[in-house]
Write a protein that binds this ligand. Structure first.
Ligand SMILES: Nc1ncnc2c1ncn2[C@@H]1O[C@H](COP(=O)(O)OP(=O)(O)O)[C@@H](O)[C@H]1O
Ligand SMILES: N[C@@H](CCC(=O)OP(=O)(O)O)C(=O)O
Length: 372
């Protein structure tokens, strides 16, 4: 019996490519019907559920008659555009059988890194949940390029869990959970039934995707659990082939791997900052500045900055690096890259002399700064 999930009222369910397709070609309608039925059960019990579903590329390939997954990005994008139609049509008809409306929500990285779009996405999802609609989320493959895509839907699932402050993220896949090593390669691997999300040991156990269908493998699921935990969401990694896995999990049954979040959660603004995978620039600090940020939770003053790279405006999100180049924090800057270069290493009292004006004494205020 596991009480952690019985208290979950808002849940993000991610179903991987391996579970929604027929060996990578076309959709497995029976599987989709099965997810819809289980989600309808949760909904009837009062839970709010968001579904993150892959499958667009596989369905698009089948509709276009392609036997082999293309490697060219524009062809994958074309397949995703064709296949997404089929994916939402299929879900729409499955959910309709349970008298539930479904909504298509396609997100990109940029949607979650821009504060205004992030807030819009959040309020739309909240509204859909209040209306009793099941949002079905996928990456907007058509407009993303290699550099800016999530690529796997595990990361997307975690960011959605952060976005709507979900209680739990359930990642369903083709394995029964996280094993001590990839079970496809190591027959002696054993199932990890419970661990703390973010435990570094888990990353060593996890390998890449087990088939040509899936993208991220176990590592992206472990990292997704770590990310989801930042807003307090627990993660379960379990097999989608397990009968009635969703209602059973919520009834407290121990199935798969439970990765627990500590009860500490960052406030929404800091959460948004921590979620920035893409940043506009970087500032490198000296050892003293790193120490006061870490141990005293202070604001970052220009005097502690040794280097500024990239081009950014006031209000942008930047990565904060320690003197060895390690990424240690995210922050919203009070000065542009140009201004920051001019005031770096200087005392705050010198800002006015250097720039001719002073907006704020600190480069990044502590309220706008989050340690990673
Ligand atoms: N430690 C591990 N425990 C379980 N599975 C692992 C592990 N390391 C790697 N894997 C592989 O990860 C695969 C699941 O990821 P993936 O293929 O991306 O599926 P999905 O499409 O569901 O995201 C499994 O089939 C398995 O081969
Ligand atoms: N957005 C892509 C799915 C990406 C993907 O395969 O992710 P995953 O299910 O995590 O292995 C699609 O719908 O085809």
């Amino acid at each position: 019996m596991n009480n952690v999930l019985t208290h979950s009222r808002r849940i993000v369910v991610k179903v991987g490519s391996s579970l929604v397709t027929n060996q990578g070609s076309g959709l497995d309608m029976e599987a989709l019907g099965n997810w819809a039925r289980q989600i309808a059960t949760l909904r009837a019990q009062g839970s709010e559920v968001v579904l993150v579903s892959s499958g667009a590329i596989a369905e698009g390939m089948q509709r276009l008659g392609w036997k082999k997954r293309p490697s060219a990005v524009h062809e994958l994008q074309a397949a995703a555009a064709v296949g997404q139609m089929g994916l939402v049509q299929a879900y729409e008809s499955c959910f309709r059988q349970h008298k539930l409306h479904a909504a298509q929500v396609l997100l990109t990285h940029a949607d979650l890194t821009d504060r205004e779009r992030y807030l819009n996405a959040r309020s739309t999802l909240r509204t859909l949940l209040i209306l009793g609609v099941i949002p079905i989320i996928n990456e907007n493959d058509t407009v993303v390029t290699d550099e800016i895509k999530f690529g796997d839907n595990d990361t997307l699932g975690a960011l959605v869990a952060n976005l709507i402050e979900a209680d739990a993220l359930v990642i369903l896949t083709d394995q029964t959970g996280l094993f001590t090593a990839d079970p496809r390669k190591d027959a002696s691997a054993t199932l990890v039934s419970e661990a703390r999300a973010g435990d570094a040991k888990l990353e060593e156990m996890a390998g890449g995707a087990g088939s040509h269908i899936g993208r991220g493998g176990m590592l992206t699921k472990i990292l997704a659990a770590k990310r989801a935990a930042r807003s307090g969401a627990h993660t379960v990694i379990a097999s989608g082939h397990e009968r009635d896995v969703l209602p059973r999990l919520l009834q407290g049954e121990s199935i798969g791997t439970l990765l627990t979040a500590s009860s500490l959660s960052l406030d929404a603004r800091k959460q948004w900052l921590a979620d920035h995978l893409q940043v506009s620039g970087k500032v490198t600090l000296d050892a003293g500045a790193v120490r006061v940020l870490r141990s005293e939770g202070k604001s970052l003053l220009p005097i502690g900055v040794t280097q500024v790279s990239g081009e950014f405006q006031r209000g942008a999100v930047v990565a904060i690096l320690d003197e060895t180049g390690k990424d240690i924090a995210r922050g919203l800057v009070n000065y542009s890259a140009d201004e920051a270069r001019r005031i770096r290493g200087k005392a705050s009292g010198e800002i006015e002399n250097t720039l001719g004006y002073v907006d704020e004494p600190e480069l990044i205020h502590r309220d706008n700064l989050v340690l990673l």
